[in-house]
Design a protein around this ligand. Structure first.
Ligand SMILES: [Mg+2]
Length: 95
């Protein structure tokens, strides 16, 4: 899934970086809560899955905003090195 880059840049421009950072914090918090409900809820599991899916979508969008507001090259560097580290941990556990 690709996030609309123009939309993200316009939102940062219109609402400002500080408000968008607040959105990142708020949406991550909502995802945490939805995941906690999902792990606890047995009878109403489909509603919990819907909530988790919606909050993942929100976090996906605001993380794209965060990516644009902070240092994309540094973030890319961290993503690459963390993926390498995860691969090595996976491969270590198979040996
Ligand atoms: Mg949300």
């Amino acid at each position: 899934m690709t996030i609309d880059n123009d939309l993200v840049l316009k939102a940062i421009e219109k609402f400002g970086q500080s408000a968008q950072i607040d959105m990142v914090i708020e949406e991550c918090s909502e995802l945490i809560t939805a995941l906690q409900h999902y792990k606890r809820s047995k009878p109403d599991i489909s509603r919990s899955i819907d909530q988790v899916n919606e909050e993942i979508a929100d976090v996906f969008i605001v993380l794209h905003m965060a990516y644009r507001m902070f240092d994309e090259l540094a973030i890319n560097h961290h993503i690459r090195s963390k993926q390498v580290r995860l691969w090595s941990r996976i491969l270590e556990s198979h040996s």
